[in-house]
Design a binder for this molecule. Structure first.
Ligand code: PA5
Length: 445
């Protein structure tokens, strides 16, 4: 059980010779990951994480999740980027995007601090009104504006509801082990803290406390998730010929050189939409630098076939698609035949709905490849904890190798600072006085 690469639909676009030609380069890039000889090698803690994680902290995560499940109707994960997307992706995938509306014994989960929308914050405040709730602020730096602001507001509500002492049972902080404003604050207030390891960047941190606490609160089996990732570590440490993560990195690289500068992550299950958001950050932040990189985008089919389908079939030929083909959905639905057949839909019936979805996928792949959009397929046996753990590791490894093949440092994100600098200057943060005048002059049209 797990995932595997299906390259059957690529034959018209990439020859075996082309793959052989990049094999050596892929192996060299992989060596940089395993030997820690490439740029950003201080951030390779995720490579061994599935077998080398803090077991005491892991037990504390499970204990805190149980406590939250008992004392809270609502749990709010406060974080942005790598401190948000992984948890949400896994919860949607293992549970459901409709998780909050399903009958269950675990708390509803909401996300805050991933935007600066006052409307969104006000709506969340009204949702938690009169409810028992807990918050988990997640920020490696401890200084990111969006989560820091949301934490200030929501912490205040926790303290007003429970009082300062009891608030400690409802406030959890995930941050650096020793430094940063959030760590100092949490220690001073006596909040339970969890660690974002020094050697793991935000977008590679889903299998640390960053993702694991929210995922465990949702009632997912985090032991199995780590086992799945460990299975991934074993599979994706093998040599090129047996390693689908390396092959996927190689195929992306070949397609990029052929002018395919946009990758569309395609899913046929709505539960994969947030996983695609996680993928977008992973590859976008890792590869998009030095004026290079495949632009990672995502579509959810068949929904987006009715909005983006025209462009994909017929627009600029800069696209390739990577389709996640889930072989067995979490649940199926048997379509009964209707005696009268007034809607003419009996040709779809007397079978499971997943077959209809599968035929839509096959028909779409054939149409899009016919329209000269190369399709890579990643087959997933299912979407259980083991498979999802493996899939996370697969994409992380492929991303690191792909980044090194491109000749960039896959583990930094210098470009993210530019907007922050401007925002701070425009808001009058001390120390940004000169920039402020300059930017305001640019804005006075
Ligand atoms: O991957 C990254 O490094 C970023 O997306 C960060 O995770 C994001 O900016 C949030 O940073 P922090 O966890 O420090 O608040």
């Amino acid at each position: 059980m797990g995932i595997r690469l299906n390259t059957n639909y690529l034959k018209k676009f990439i020859s075996d010779d082309e793959i052989n030609a990049v094999k050596k380069q892929t192996e060299t890039a992989a060596e940089m990951v395993f030997e820690k000889t490439g740029q950003g090698s201080d951030f390779l803690g995720w490579v061994d994480l599935p077998v080398n994680y803090d077991k005491d902290e892991f037990a504390r995560i499970k204990k805190s999740a149980e406590k939250i499940q008992k004392n809270s109707e609502i749990f709010i994960a406060i974080g942005i980027g790598g401190s948000y997307l992984g948890a949400r992706a896994v919860i949607d995938l293992l549970k459901s995007p409709l998780y909050n509306d399903l009958k269950k014994s675990t708390p509803n989960i909401y996300y805050a601090g991933n935007n600066i929308s006052s409307t969104q914050l006000n709506n969340l405040i009204s949702i938690i009104d009169g409810k028992d709730f807990s918050i988990n602020v997640i920020s490696k730096s401890g200084t990111t504006t969006e989560p820091a602001l949301a934490f200030r507001v929501l912490r205040d509500l926790v303290e007003k509801k429970y009082g300062k002492e009891q608030a400690k049972d409802h406030i959890f902080c995930t941050t650096d082990k020793a430094k940063g404003t959030l760590k100092e604050f949490a220690d001073k207030e006596g909040y339970e803290t969890f660690v974002v390891p020094d050697d793991i960047g935000g977008r590679f941190s889903v299998l640390t406390a960053v993702g694991l606490l929210p995922i465990a609160v949702a009632g997912c089996d985090i032991d199995k998730l780590m086992q799945g990732a460990a299975q991934g570590k074993e599979k994706y440490s093998k040599n090129f010929d047996e390693n689908d993560a390396f092959k996927y990195a190689a195929l992306r690289n070949i397609l990029y050189r052929k002018g395919k500068s946009v990758e569309l992550m395609v899913s046929y299950e709505p539960s994969l939409v947030m996983f695609s958001e996680w993928y977008k950050q992973l590859f976008g932040e890792s590869e998009g630098k030095d004026n290079k990189g495949i632009f990672p985008a995502a579509v959810s089919f068949t929904t987006d076939l009715h909005s983006m389908g025209q462009y994909i079939q017929d627009g600029a030929r800069i696209l390739f698609e990577t389709v996640i083909d889930v072989k067995t959905p979490q649940s199926d639905f048997f379509l009964e035949t209707d005696k009268e057949n007034l809607d003419g839909l009996n040709f779809l019936t007397n079978q499971n709905m997943s077959i209809v979805n599968k035929k839509a996928m096959e028909g779409t792949i054939l149409a899009h490849t016919e329209g000269n959009v190369p399709n890579i397929v990643i087959e997933a046996d299912n979407t259980d904890e083991m498979t999802v753990g493996e899939m996370i590791y697969f994409f992380e490894m492929a991303c690191a190798v792909s980044g090194y093949m491109l000749g960039v440092n896959p583990f930094n994100q210098p470009g993210v600072e530019s907007y922050k600098k401007n925002m701070f200057a425009l808001l009058g943060k001390p120390g940004y006085e000169n920039e402020r005048a300059e930017l305001e002059a640019k804005l006075s049209f």
